[in-house]
Design a binder for this molecule. Structure first.
Ligand SMILES: [Mg+2]
Length: 438
């Protein structure tokens, strides 16, 4: 059937939740009156409800008018996972617009700066810095040109004298950590994250009362030195998950790590605390990055204006979708800040990020959280190939996905959502007066 883009209309929105990729992924299909189906995805570890509640607001609309649809539903996004529905539908609309007009998404964004996109992968390791260094070297042997690892107080919880905190607090953390991480989904399992556990894990950095001792700082510095001794100094390394420590401890740690030439230190303090970022940036030359929980470019602006950041690190499925992330990259460029992209979802989100990365000049690298999940790349047809640490930018229409691997999705369905692409008629009449003024 010949597609008439001007007459394309959204007729349905459905979901499939899969598990183990490694996180829970909510995949979206947006159906149209001409047989075209667009693919999107809700942010990792989020809820399909954030997207489902928007269905009635976009039914009958032409998905090619991506900005019009985005501005209609934008008010229903929020920080972090709350933006998952808005962004996931925005991505599906771009996929449909590209398929309807017969061009790849990057072309609709103004063309591309590169034909392959550098990726980095998170690396987990047991043991000490030498072990982490070896794990990172294995990544390098596979061709990765950029590395990231965790370095934070998690490594210190069993080292006597490494942390001070109100007596009893660390014991409680350990106890709950054991309960929480012995459930199938860790800190994102609702059954584990209730009551006191919820409160403990949701205490922001300035309020935990945890401080790193000199012994703790020595330990972390040695860990980093051992990593560098294994992998050398030629390759960039970013660090993440410092733990919920106050600003002064971030300063001490940042200073200790300066000589190890980090690419960036990620989310050292909550992104909302702009003034604390400025104090941190003024106190250390270790570069700072944040952004995976920030919704909309206007919320990046205070941090960019402050001059504290070296790197923005948005997630397409939180930042506001494909076009908003491109705008964030362009805005960051004006402030002399590099863009890297956070991504811990399925190949649908990965490809959405690849198109933005291709079309944004100050882009450096894209995270892939799932290189150790053997079936992850097979979720889409054609399979998503990572070659020598890069993903090729697709030249086919839309996101570049011909179809989803339905038998694999069937096999990996989340136990709480046993039916893939089930009807969502219950959401057809969801309504409120959405006007935000009178
Ligand atoms: Mg992170």
């Amino acid at each position: 059937m010949k597609i008439d883009p001007s007459q394309l209309k959204i007729t349905d929105v459905r979901f499939a939740d899969i598990d183990g990729a490694p996180k829970r992924c909510t995949l979206i299909k947006v159906y149209t009156n001409q047989g075209l189906v667009g693919y999107g995805e809700v942010r990792d570890a989020s809820s399909r409800t954030y997207a489902a509640m928007l269905k009635s607001r976009i039914l009958g609309e032409n998905p090619c008018n991506v900005e019009k649809i985005f501005r209609r539903i934008k008010q229903f996004g929020g920080d972090s996972r709350q933006a998952g529905g808005v962004c996931g539908l925005e991505v599906a609309c771009w996929d449909l617009a590209g398929k309807a007009w017969g061009v790849p998404v990057w072309q609709l964004l103004g063309g591309r700066f590169r034909d392959r996109v550098r990726v980095y992968c998170d690396t987990d390791s047991e043991g000490g810095g030498r072990d982490m260094g070896k794990a990172l070297k294995e990544r390098m042997a596979k061709g990765f040109t950029f590395l990231k690892m965790d370095l934070g107080i998690e490594l210190l919880t069993d080292v006597p004298g490494a942390l001070s905190a109100p007596l009893g607090f660390l014991e409680k953390m350990r106890e709950y950590k054991h309960t929480v991480f012995s459930t199938p989904h860790g800190s994102i399992d609702p059954r584990a994250m209730r009551g006191e556990a919820y409160d403990l894990f949701n205490t922001a950095h300035p309020f935990t009362g945890i401080h790193i001792t000199e012994k703790g700082l020595d330990f972390l510095e040695k860990y980093m030195a051992d990593v560098r001794a294994e992998v050398g100094y030629e390759i960039p390394i970013a660090i993440d998950h410092l733990g919920h420590i106050p600003l002064e401890d971030c300063i001490k740690l940042g200073r200790r790590l300066e000589k190890y030439n980090l690419a960036w230190m990620e989310d050292p303090i909550p992104w909302q605390m702009t003034d604390q970022y400025v104090r941190l940036a003024n106190a250390t030359t270790t570069p700072l990055g944040t952004g995976e929980d920030i919704y909309l470019k206007e919320n990046f602006l205070p941090l960019l204006k402050s001059g504290a950041l070296a790197v923005v690190h948005p997630d397409i499925l939180t930042a506001g979708g494909i076009l908003e992330t491109k705008k964030i990259g362009d805005l960051a460029e004006e402030y002399g800040v590099q863009m890297n992209i956070h991504m811990a979802e399925s190949p649908i989100a990965c490809l959405a990020a690849v198109h933005v990365a291709a079309a944004t000049r100050n882009f450096m690298s894209l995270e892939i959280h799932s290189v150790d999940v053997p079936w992850w790349a097979d979720l889409v047809n054609p399979r998503l190939e990572i070659q020598d640490g890069y993903v090729a930018v697709p030249n086919t229409p839309g996101l570049g996905i011909e179809s989803l691997n339905e038998p694999l999705i069937q096999e990996k369905l989340h136990a709480d959502f046993p039916e893939a692409w089930a009807p969502t008629d219950a959401w057809d009449k969801e309504w409120a007066n959405d006007r935000q003024w009178s």
